[in-house]
Design a protein around this ligand. Structure first.
Ligand code: TMP
Length: 384
């Protein structure tokens, strides 16, 4: 672990700490037994120059990403979302025989939806195995400038490079941009999806802050980063996924489009971190008070990383929430880091009168699976 003292996007050193979640375990490091886990500081810093928000401490990437338990394919909604993204952009940018590369290709869900020449890159060996088994050629490794050079030599340049919810996981964004500069065909497009930090703040989504998410982006810092590498934003769309995300299309050249300029102007207003901190505290208090009234008669639904953060930040142990269910097979039989709830298959939801949806971004899909449940279903998002 090390402390990052400069801004990942503009490289300035004018950073201010704005939020502190204390010592937290790694949110996706599900435990095999109720062992004691390592905890690391979790703080947010804001760059006073370009408006970037990033973690104060960086945990070594190989500790977090080489055996990853999140499967894109576990949500049909997300699978459909990525299939649409791939198909629309392949149609627009990829000629006959052109190459599509996905950075952070996970279990190959998105790439499996297109028929063009394709290549996944993902550091998690367990996930790249799944992707290869379903016929998606995948390199197990981190996308870096040197890997981009190799891929360019062996496969040629890509007309489409996709990176969804990946940039936030990467410490050295300059290296990624140099890699994209090399690998991207002159007429190609680099399509990225990232949640917007201003929505995290306005919706009090503090549970999306964890060690794997090194950066919390907005258009202004990304525009600064891409400009430094001769890349320009040519399109911005907003998407509903992950509580509100930006989809940016980036191409070779200088000068961002007018949409980007409008976004940048809108982002110049200072963020109200003090109000955010107060909302986090009162949301925590309301959730804990509600759980106390249920006296342990609650099952948590979904064990995403954000459940780990929320349960740890709120100090919710097995006395208040005895267990959690999740459809991901390799999470079942494990325990939530820090608070140690056992994770079971949703098929075996025990006798309970209350389900608390922890994976709030999948609320609709989860509710549709619980139509026969006669008790009360509550989402953590109802607590603010
Ligand atoms: P995410 O919030 O990072 O997308 O993770 C969602 C988690 O919720 C993941 O572990 C799978 C789990 N899940 C279920 O258990 N049942 C469901 O119906 C859905 C959509 C997700």
């Amino acid at each position: 672990m090390f402390m990052r003292t400069d801004c990942r996007c503009c490289r300035g050193t004018n950073l201010t700490e704005v939020f502190d979640l204390g010592q937290q375990p790694l949110a996706n490091a599900f435990l095999r037994s109720e062992q004691l886990e390592l905890k690391y500081p979790l703080t947010l810093k804001e760059c006073n120059d370009c408006g970037m928000v990033q973690l104060g401490h960086v945990v070594d990437a190989s500790t977090m990403f080489t055996d990853y338990s999140f499967l894109t394919g576990s949500s049909q909604y997300m699978a459909d979302h990525f299939a649409k993204l791939m198909n629309e952009n392949a149609k627009r940018y990829v000629p006959e025989g052109g190459l599509v590369v996905e950075i952070g290709s996970n279990d190959g869900t998105a790439l499996s939806s297109i028929q063009t020449r394709r290549l996944g890159i993902d550091p998690a060996a367990n996930l790249s195995d799944i992707a290869r088994k379903r016929g998606v050629p995948t390199i197990t490794g981190f996308f870096t400038e040197s890997l981009a050079n190799e891929v360019t030599k062996t496969h040629g340049q890509a007309h489409l490079i996709v990176a969804c919810n990946v940039l936030g996981h990467i410490d050295d964004l300059d290296n990624i941009c140099r890699g994209v500069k090399t690998l991207l065909h002159p007429n190609g497009a680099f399509v990225v999806e990232v949640p917007h930090v201003n929505w995290l703040i306005s919706k009090t989504e503090y549970d999306t802050i964890y060690h794997e998410h090194l950066s919390y982006f907005a258009v202004r810092p990304l525009a600064t980063l891409f400009s430094r590498h001769g890349l320009r934003i040519t399109q911005i769309e907003t998407q509903e996924v992950h509580g509100g995300s930006l989809r940016l299309t980036i191409q070779h050249g200088m000068g961002h489009n007018s949409q980007a300029i409008t976004w940048i102007e809108g982002e110049l207003k200072p963020r109200d971190w003090s109000a955010f901190r107060q909302r986090c505290e009162s949301s925590k208090q309301r959730l804990v008070d509600w759980l106390v009234t249920k006296d342990g008669d609650v099952v948590g639904y979904g064990a995403p990383a954000k459940a780990t953060v929320r349960l740890n930040y709120c100090g919710i142990g097995t006395n208040l929430l005895p267990s959690v269910v999740d459809s991901t097979p390799n999470k079942q039989g494990h325990f939530i880091p820090g608070t140690h709830q056992p994770i079971y298959d949703p098929k075996v939801i025990s006798d309970t009168n209350n389900i608390l949806i922890l994976a709030w971004n999948h609320e609709k899909e989860i509710r549709s699976k619980l139509i026969n449940f006669t008790g009360q279903i509550t989402s953590v998002s109802e607590f603010g």
